[in-house]
Design a protein around this ligand. Sequence first.
Ligand SMILES: NC(=O)c1ccc[n+]([C@@H]2O[C@H](COP(=O)([O-])OP(=O)(O)OC[C@H]3O[C@@H](n4cnc5c(N)ncnc54)[C@H](O)[C@@H]3O)[C@@H](O)[C@H]2O)c1
Length: 256
Amino acid sequence: MGRLDGKVAIITGAASGMGRATAELFAAEGARVAVTDFDEERGREVADAITAAGGSARFHRMDVSQEESVAAVVEAAARDFGGLDILVNCAGIIGVDKPTHEVTEAEWDALFAVDVKGVFFATKHVVPHLIERGGGSIVNFSSIYGLVGNDEFTPYHVAKGAVTMQTRQDAATYGRYGIRVNSVHPSTVLTPLVEGIAAEFDGGLPAYEAMMTANQSIRRLGRPIEVAYGVLYLASDESAWVTGVALPIDGGYTAR
Ligand SMILES: NC(=O)c1ccc[n+]([C@@H]2O[C@H](COP(=O)([O-])OP(=O)(O)OC[C@H]3O[C@@H](n4cnc5c(N)ncnc54)[C@H](O)[C@@H]3O)[C@@H](O)[C@H]2O)c1
């Protein structure tokens, strides 16, 4: 018996990294999964791989920064699978590595359009379906940098702080409908997003890993599946009394 048997999940940013790992894990645990991303080629690959492994998935191209795109895909996914139970807001971009006084308005807006407005749009359009169902679970991808600051990637960290607060606000608001809202806060996880940053780093991935994990108790980069297991717990009925929680999955980074 799967931990998500009978559930329907819609996942944003599911073509890559932790979104992909979450989609595959959810399907293996019995969920029917709407795999969404604006990367059509890789998104289709994920849905095809899930189907080939005996799971149930369908790809929809969705740009989380465009409300019409989000609204249309949410409706299509709910129609396909006869309703929705779970939303995972995973789509995200890293943006520019600049301190506040160097960031342009366009750079700030481009980052917030995806990382903050994307969570808002998907939540806005999925919530009515969860209310119709009598409840559900929303899991938002924030970051350790939605809990604490550092001296890099300022717009991204401020955006992840907004996601932390959107989670608390929605948890407080939607409990009356049986909808739980929680966030996960990974430290650095080896995904294409991080491979891109590490490639630019002096000394490459080994030097980047040593620097990024210097403040962790478990001094290695995370693996996508290690975060996906946390998302699975929060999405499943095993966490039926858990809402408004910010769950660090961070090798102990925020414990120190
Ligand atoms: N990798 C890390 O170390 C790390 C740490 C903490 C938090 N996070 C967060 O976890 C989430 C997943 O990160 P990842 O490392 O797996 O990233 P990733 O780059 O591997 O995957 C992100 C996915 O989001 C998609 N995407 C980007 N913009 C989109 C848009 N406008 N509409 C729809 N899809 C879009 C991309 O196509 C990609 O498939 C992100 O929200 C990220 O900020 C990552």
